[in-house]
Design a protein around this ligand. Structure first.
Ligand code: ATP
Ligand code: MG
Length: 666
C-alpha cells in the first residue's frame, strides 16, 4: 500500500507532466486513505453488528435513522422467497422523514438545494420551503383525485419542483414513475401506459445548452389519448418559453395555479413500510429496460444509511453534489431521498457540463464550496478529453470526498480524478450498485478502506455478495457470477406487474434465495470485488475468459485514446475474437500505426490473447442516456445482426455511423 501524496499539477502547460505522473502511478495497485483525511463516522461497530446478525443490524439502523409512526416488530419476512418484506408491520411517511422531522428539529432554514440553472440562475430552497411546496402539491394532487396506490408520472428537468413532485407523491402514498427529462415523449408514453398513470407532472418547455424545445405540446401529441391519464400538471420551467403551451380545459392545470389554490397543510399519512414508493426503469444497457418497483421503509433505510456511511457525510458541514439526473436511480437515492433524509445541503444543477463552458462543474464546486462530489466514470473520461486546464481555473480545495457510479472506473480515469480534481487529498469511493439494489452495496468507505483503482472493494455492512461458478459452486478467488446471498432492505420487490420476469431475471438460475446480479466479477486475495462486465459481455478467447472492463481499461491507458468499448465476435479459430471500438483523444488519427501501437500496448498489459482482432475508429460510442456504453448494440453491429432495443440510446446517429464503418470492412 502506498500514499504517493502527489498533488495535482495545476499548470495547463504541464500536460506532459500530468501524463507522465499518471503513467507512473498506473502500476500502483493500492492507495491508502489520504494521510490528512480524518474519518468522522466510525464504522467498526456496524461491521461487527452486521457480521454477528445482519437482521438485528438492519433493525437497529431502521430504528435509529428513520422516524416511525408505528414501530415495527417484524424485521425480515423470508417465508415466500424471492418475495421478501422488511419491517412490514411498521408505519411511516417518507416525506415526513425527509422534511418534517428536520423542520420540527429547528433546521427549517437549512438549504436543501442550492439550485443552479443553466443560464447561471441561483435559487436556494430551504427545508421549510420544500415542505411548504410539497404539502401544497400533495393537496393539489388529492384535489385531482389521486389516491394512495395511484401512479403519477413525472417528466421534468433538473429543477427543485422535481423533488417536490416526488415527495408530494410519497406524502399521500401515490407511486411515482419518473422518466428522464431528456427522453423523447414516446418513451414517456410507453411508461405511463404500462403503469396506468393517472396524472403526469411535466413542464412547458425544456432548454439545453441555450436551445429550447416545447415539451407540453409534444406530450399532448404522444400521450393525449391515454385512457387512464386524467390530468397533466404543467410546471412553468425556468427562463422564457418561446412556444405556445396548449392547455386542455378540465384536463390540464398549471402547477403554480394548482399550488395557489391548495390548502397549505397536508398532514403526512402513516403508510405501511411495504407501501409501493416508486417504479423506475433500469438503464437498458443489456436488454429492454425493466420496470423496477421499490417500497417505502427498506428503500429509505438503504439510501439514508449508505449515503452517510460511504461518503462519511456530516449534514452540519458538508455541501454535497451528485451530478446525475433525477431520472436515474442515482438521482432518486442520492439526489433526493438519501440527502434529504439525512438533512444535508445539496447542489442541484440543471445544465450540461460543457455549457456555457467546459469548466462549469468546477465553477459550481468553487462557488458553493462543495465538499462531496459524486459523478460517473464516463463523465470523468469526458473531462479528461477536455483537459486539466478547465478544473485548473477553479479553487477545488473545499472537496473532501469523491465518488463514482455506473460502470467500472478505468485506473487512468481514477488517477486523474484523484490528482486533478481531488488534489490527492480526497478518498474516492467507487460505488457499485444497480437500479434493483436501491442503494450502494459494494464500495469503499471514505477514509477507511484502502482503494485499488478499478475495484469497488468490499461489501457494506449487512450485505453479502459472493461469486459462483457456472454450476453454482462458490468461487473464493478468481472470476465468477456475482450474486447476493441474503436479502437486504432496499432491494427491489418485483418488476412492475411482472412477477414472472422478476423471478426469471434474478432468481431462476440459483434458486429464489440467491439474487443474480447480472454482472461478472473477480475476487482477489484481499477479498476485493472487481466488476469485470456484464455476464453476457464476458469474452472467451481460446477458452480464456477476458473481462471487458480490463481490456477496455488497458486500451484507454494509451495516451492517444479517450474511450473504448470491446465486444466479442464469433470466430472459427478462437471461439470468440475481440473487436474494439475506440475514440481517440487529441491530434492522433486512427491509422495502422496507432492500431499496431494499441495492439502491442494491450499485449504488454494483459497478454497477447487480449489483443483486439479488429479496431474500429469511432467518433463516439453508443451510450444510454445515463452514459453507459451499450455493448449489446456493438455486438449486434460486429456480428451483422439487426439492432436490439434502442429506446434508451442517447444519440441514435452514433449507431448508424458505426454500422456503416463496420460494414465497409477493415
Ligand atoms: P439494464 O439492467 O436495463 O440492462 P443497467 O444494468 O445499465 O441497465 P442500471 O441499474 O442503471 O442499469 O446499472 C446497474 C449496472 O451498472 C450494474 O449492474 C453494473 O454493471 C454497472 N455499475 C454500476 N456501478 C458500478 C461500479 N461502481 N462499478 C462497476 N459497475 C457498475
Ligand atoms: Mg441491469
Amino acid at each position: 500500500m502506498t500514499d504517493p501524496g502527489v498533488s495535482a499539477t495545476t499548470d495547463p502547460s504541464a500536460t506532459n507532466d500530468l501524463e507522465a505522473t499518471l503513467e507512473g502511478l498506473l502500476s500502483v495497485e493500492s492507495f491508502d486513505p489520504p494521510a490528512g483525511f480524518t474519518r468522522r463516522r466510525p464504522v467498526d461497530a456496524d461491521r461487527a453488528a452486521a457480521a454477528a446478525d445482519p437482521q438485528a443490524f438492519w433493525a437497529a439502523a431502521a430504528r435509529e435513522l428513520l422516524t416511525w409512526d408505528k414501530p415495527f416488530t417484524q424485521v425480515l419476512d423470508d417465508t415466500n422467497p424471492p418475495f421478501y418484506t422488511w419491517f412490514a408491520d411498521g408505519e411511516l411517511n417518507l416525506s415526513a422523514n425527509c422534511l418534517d422531522r428536520h423542520v420540527e428539529a429547528g433546521r427549517g432554514e437549512r438549504v436543501a438545494f442550492h439550485w443552479r440553472g443553466e443560464e447561471g440562475e441561483h435559487r436556494d430552497v430551504t427545508y421549510a420551503d420544500l415542505l411548504a411546496e410539497t404539502q401544497r402539491l400533495a393537496n393539489g394532487l388529492l384535489s385531482l383525485g389521486v389516491r394512495a396506490g395511484d401512479v403519477v408520472g413525472i417528466f421534468l428537468p433538473m429543477i427543485p419542483e422535481v423533488a417536490a413532485a416526488m415527495l408530494a407523491c410519497a406524502r399521500i402514498g401515490a407511486v411515482h414513475n419518473v422518466v428522464f427529462g431528456g427522453f423523447a415523449p414516446s418513451a414517456v408514453r410507453e411508461r405511463m401506459e404500462v403503469s396506468d398513470a393517472k396524472v403526469l407532472i411535466t413542464v412547458d418547455g425544456a432548454r439545453r445548452k441555450g436551445r429550447r424545445s416545447p415539451v407540453k405540446a409534444a406530450v399532448d401529441v404522444e400521450l393525449g389519448d391515454l385512457p387512464a391519464l386524467e390530468h397533466i400538471v404543467v410546471v412553468r420551467g425556468p427562463g422564457e418559453n418561446a412556444a405556445e403551451v396548449p392547455m386542455t380545459a378540465g384536463r390540464d392545470v398549471w402547477y403554480d395555479e394548482l399550488l395557489a389554490a391548495a390548502d397549505p397543510v397536508c398532514p403526512a399519512v402513516a403508510l405501511p413500510a411495504e407501501h409501493p414508493l416508486f417504479i423506475l426503469y433500469s438503464s437498458g444497457s443489456t436488454a429492454k429496460p425493466k420496470g423496477i418497483l421499490h417500497t417505502t421503509a427498506g428503500y429509505l433505510l438503504g439510501a439514508t444509511y449508505t449515503l452517510r456511511t460511504v461518503f462519511d457525510l456530516d449534514p452540519e458541514t458538508d455541501v454535497y453534489w451528485c451530478s446525475a439526473d433525477v431520472g436515474w436511480i442515482t438521482g432518486h437515492s442520492y439526489i433526493v431521498y438519501g440527502p434529504l433524509s439525512n438533512g444535508v445541503t445539496s447542489v442541484m444543477f440543471e445544465g450540461a457540463p460543457d455549457y456555457p463552458d467546459h469548466d462549469i462543474w468546477w465553477r459550481i464546486i468553487e462557488e458553493y464550496r462543495v465538499t462531496v462530489f459524486y459523478t460517473a466514470p464516463t463523465a470523468i473520461r469526458t473531462c479528461i478529453k477536455w483537459g486539466a486546464q478547465y478544473p485548473a481555473r477553479h479553487d477545488l480545495s473545499s472537496l473532501r470526498v469523491l465518488g463514482t457510479v455506473g460502470e467500472p472506473i478505468n485506473p487512468k480515469a481514477w488517477l486523474w480524478y484523484h490528482l486533478v480534481i481531488g488534489g490527492g487529498r480526497c478518498p474516492i469511493v467507487d460505488t457499485w450498485w444497480q437500479t434493483e439494489t436501491g442503494s450502494v452495496l459494494i464500495s469503499p468507505l471514505a477514509g477507511v478502506t484502502p482503494t485499488k483503482p478499478g475495484s469497488a472493494t468490499r461489501p457494506l455492512p449487512g450485505i453479502s455478495p459472493a461469486l459462483l461458478d457456472e454450476d453454482g459452486r462458490p468461487v473464493t478467488e478468481g472470476t465468477g457470477i456475482l450474486v447476493i446471498t441474503q436479502p437486504w432492505p432496499s432491494m427491489l420487490r418485483t418488476l412492475y406487474k411482472d412477477d414472472k420476469r422478476f423471478v426469471e431475471t434474478y432468481f431462476s438460475r440459483f434458486g429464489p434465495r440467491t439474487y443474480v446480479v447480472g454482472d461478472a466479477a473477480r475476487l482477489d486475495a484481499d477479498g476485493y470485488f472487481w466488476i469485470i462486465g456484464r455476464i453476457d459481455d464476458v469474452i472467451n478467447v481460446s477458452g480464456h475468459r477476458l473481462s471487458t472492463a480490463e481490456v477496455e481499461s488497458a486500451i484507454v491507458a494509451h495516451e492517444a485514446v479517450a474511450e473504448a468499448a470491446v465486444v466479442a465476435q464469433a470466430d472459427e479459430q478462437t471461439g470468440q475474437a475481440i473487436v474494439a471500438f475506440v475514440t481517440l483523444a487529441g491530434e492522433r488519427v486512427g491509422d495502422s500505426a496507432v492500431e499496431a501501437e494499441l495492439r502491442e500496448h494491450v499485449a504488454r498489459r494483459i497478454g497477447k490473447l487480449a489483443r483486439p482482432r479488429r479496431i474500429v475508429w469511432a467518433d463516439d460510442l453508443p451510450k444510454t442516456r445515463s452514459g453507459k456504453i451499450m455493448r449489446r448494440l456493438l455486438r449486434d453491429v460486429a456480428e451483422g445482426r439487426e439492432l436490439g432495443d434502442v429506446t434508451t440510446l442517447r444519440d441514435p446517429a452514433v449507431m448508424s455511423a458505426l454500422a456503416a464503418k463496420v460494414a465497409a470492412g477493415p
